[in-house]
Design a protein around this ligand. Structure first.
Ligand code: MTE
Ligand code: MOS
Length: 757
């Protein structure tokens, strides 16, 4: 089944925020942002900007009617900076003009005087100066202190992990239409319509019902529009509120790169203890998360770091410490994997260090410690599937890991200037929002008298294929053709109190709500069909292929007929339903509980060739066995796996986010921030799905797919490292990502480079 609305996309007809018809008198807003990373604002002079022809207004923090700070977890982020600035790119004023160009031109006429203050951009430095957000947290299992004495080998090390730019195709944007009275309609590229609605309402002192947020689709979000889209929507709403004119705010690519937060960089210290055979007995880790200037979602992301610190392994004695550190960078935010990838990188690094010390292949240690059904995580939940081991064994067999190892060893014995490497990367990712209350969703379904169907859910389509899956679920549940189903925009007047579309659970939650809404309508239609057929056993009535079946036999009644007849018989053809994931809970005092509905598992094998003279590499192959459950749409899921993998490979290798010592973003355009393109992608990508009983609480036995495959990309770091090791056997390499070609060269030839300097 092809993607719903694929035709619109191919023809360029799909509507995004700024494709909506332009209202007469529309105004354009541009954002004046801090040029320095930390300082006291001494003065702000807007009169020259105001004097420019075509400029309608300039708004500052003083123009905010009510609440001037926002944030989901801690409302600490100023909508507009008033007395101080905390990062380069922090919004200070909004300029409104008759064209986009004039508004931007006026930005240059604003005069700002700032007394600069010292800045911190390193999370360890922030921690040592007490600059933290929230409280540090520790997860523990077993008895770490007494476990060390039982270990044959203990190694320690540290990791420094780079951030990542979301690089959604569509930059942040919002169109606001003032309606009668004080009402506003907001078309926003947000993953979180309810947060956007609430924040605007609080800022303006309005009830939530005065602010309608509508989202048709996003040109990508990747977590970057989960929290932060609301900031830009608020600025647009503030300007529209005062001018009472339709208004649009669109960040240019370079503004978006500079002003928005990214994936968190982490610095981590690990200590790991194993037996001679490579059984992990103890693991201790400290994660220093670089949260940037404000809380944003950092505490929640830190929590997922805690959950995923042992990745796919059972470790009987573990102690995991994590802390959010405040720095003078843009607030770091959600991005695919949500703190999980950093945690997994550290345990994989620890295993690599053990493997080197014991001189055994990394995958021997990995395999020996893989989680089995019933094993407990440090957070108290047990894993209830053996699919992790099954994916590992299937990958090992069908892709013939032994042959890969042999082929690569042969190659390396016979080549000097190029070396090959491989790595196995198992993943185990918990599915559910870790904040239990967020695991809820609603759906609204209408059947029209012509038999066509309209579905609204609280989920946002951001390219992940949500609408395609919801349509497939709706068609299957009703027993009718896909062309009958239309998925509507996501709108706060049709669905209230939504959770963000995030945590990979959008289909799980909203799909289940959709099934429940449809079940209500089906009950009524089945009763009607029984009446029409003159039978009493309603349970034997079914709808399939747009026909009514009785006791397995096709009748003369059709879907078209039922829809019309129901209306004539005054039967309700609409339903709203609610779904909340059962059995979830987590106790933050004990740091134990049942945070996840289930776990998604899989195993990847990554192969690379490294040019040891140039530092460049080619990813030869990525071979994956993944547990999807029973997919609702295999093509969409395959796309998510390949896309997630691409983003993960980029994060580990060429996506090099650089800030200078003044906190300015150096990688501030697409010439110096590289993401994977088609040539960078592996020559071979093979994805196999685990044969499955479909035992999952998600719709029709499917499983969440959006984020987990991202973490297969981590394997590439260790594959390149293995090739480096083949070139320089004795050398110790660091665990610093991204492993750019420059970094590879520096690590291979550090002494020589140092000598020259
Ligand atoms: N795929 C595309 N094409 N675009 C996106 O923005 N976001 C990712 C993932 N896949 C994203 C994507 C992220 S961060 C998440 S959490 C999930 O999709 C969200 O959608 P889901 O819950 O429907 O999987
Ligand atoms: Mo995804 S990082 O949960 O939006």
């Amino acid at each position: 089944m092809k993607r719903i609305n694929a035709t619109y996309h191919v023809r360029g007809e799909a509507e995004f925020v700024d494709d909506l018809p332009l209202p007469a008198e529309i105004l354009y807003a541009a954002v004046f942002a801090s040029p320095v990373a930390h300082g006291k604002i001494l003065s702000l002079e807007i009169k020259h900007a105001l004097a420019l022809d075509g400029i309608v207004a300039v708004f500052t923090a003083d123009d905010i009617p009510e609440c001037d700070r926002w944030g989901t977890i801690i409302a600490d982020c100023p909508i507009l900076a008033r007395n101080e600035v905390q990062y380069v790119g922090q919004p200070i004023a909004v300029v409104v003009g008759s064209t986009r160009a004039i508004a931007r031109k006026a930005l240059k006429l604003i005069r700002l005087e700032v007394a600069e203050l010292p800045i911190i951009i390193d999370p360890r430095a922030a921690f040592s100066r007490g600059q933290i957000i929230g409280t540090p947290r520790t997860f523990a299992l077993g008895d770490i202190d007494s476990a060390w004495s039982q270990c044959d080998l203990i190694v320690e090390g540290k990791c420094d992990i780079g951030g990542q730019e979301h690089l959604y195709l569509e930059t942040q944007r919002t169109r606001v239409i003032p309606l009668e009275g004080k009402n506003l309609r907001v078309y926003s590229a947000t993953q979180n319509p309810t947060l956007t609605q609430k924040t605007i309402a609080q800022m303006l002192g309005l009830p939530c019902h005065a602010v309608e947020v509508d989202v048709k689709r996003l040109g990508g979000g990747f977590g970057g529009k989960e929290e932060q889209a609301t900031h830009w929507a608020s600025l647009a709403a503030l300007a529209a509120w005062h001018t009472r004119k339709p208004l649009e705010l669109v960040l240019s690519r370079s503004e978006d790169l500079i002003m928005t937060g990214k994936r968190h960089p982490y610095s981590s210290d690990f200590k790991i203890g194993v037996t001679d055979e490579g059984k992990i007995l103890a693991y201790q880790v400290k994660h220093y998360q670089n949260a940037g200037a404000y809380a944003d979602l950092s505490p929640a992301i830190l929590e997922r770091t805690l959950f995923h610190s042992t990745n796919a392994y059972f470790i009987p004695n573990a102690q995991i410490f994590a802390v959010s550190c405040r720095t003078n960078l843009p607030p770091s935010t959600a991005m695919r994997g949500f703190g999980g990838p950093q945690a997994m990188f550290v345990i994989e690094s620890a295993i690599a260090k053990v493997a080197k010390t014991l001189d055994i292949p990394r995958e021997e240690i990995q395999k020996k410690n893989l989680l089995r059904s019933g094993d407990g995580f440090p957070y108290g939940q047990e894993i209830q599937t053996n699919s992790l081991r099954r994916t590992w064994l299937e990958a090992e067999q069908t892709y013939n890991l032994e042959a890969i190892r042999g082929r690569i060893n042969d190659y390396n014995a016979n080549h000097f200037a190029t070396k090959k490497g491989y790595a196995v990367m198992p993943i185990c990712f918990g599915i559910s929002f870790t904040a239990t209350f967020l695991n809820q969703a609603s759906a609204l379904v209408h059947v029209y008298t012509d038999g066509s169907v309209s579905v609204t859910t609280g989920g946002v389509e951001m390219g992940q294929g949500l609408n395609t899956k919801i349509a497939a679920i709706a068609a299957k549940t009703f027993g009718i053709g896909l062309s009958r189903i239309k998925i509507e925009s996501t709108n706060t007047t049709r669905i209230a109190n939504m959770s963000a579309s995030a945590a990979s659970v959008t289909t799980d939650l909203n799909g289940n709500a959709t099934i429940r809404a449809i079940a209500q309508i089906l009950d009524r239609l089945q009763a009607l069909a029984a009446k029409e057929l003159g039978v009493k056993d309603v349970e034997n009535i079914a709808i399939a292929k747009e026909k009514v079946f009785y006791a397995g036999k096709e009748t003369d009644l059709t879907w078209d007929y039922l829809a019309k007849a129901a209306n004539l018989d005054r039967i309700n053809l609409s339903a709203h339903a609610f779904y909340a994931t059962p059995e979830l809970g987590f106790n933050r005092e004990r740091e134990k509980g049942h945070p996840f509905a289930y776990h998604v598992c899989g195993t990847a094998i990554v192969e690379v060739t490294l040019d040891c003279l140039r530092g460049t590499y080619k990813i030869d192959a990525v071979k994956i066995v993944h547990d999807l459950g029973r997919s609702v749409n295999e093509l969409v899921d395959r796309g998510q796996i390949e896309g997630g993998l691409a983003q993960g490979l980029g994060w580990m290798t060429i996506e090099d986010l650089q800030f200078n010592e003044k906190g300015e973003l150096l990688s501030n355009n697409l010439a110096n921030y590289k993401i994977p393109d088609i040539y960078f992608m592996p020559d071979e990508i093979d994805i196999k799905f685990l044969e499955n009983d479909g035992n999952s609480p998600a719709p029709y036995g499917s499983k969440a797919v959006g984020e987990p495959p991202f973490m297969y990309g981590i394997g590439v770091f260790f594959a390149i490292r293995q090739a480096m090791k083949a070139f320089k056997l004795e050398k110790e390499f660091g665990f610093t990502s991204p492993l750019t070609p420059e970094r590879v060269l520096c690590e291979l030839y550090a002494e020589r480079l140092l000598h020259k300097a």
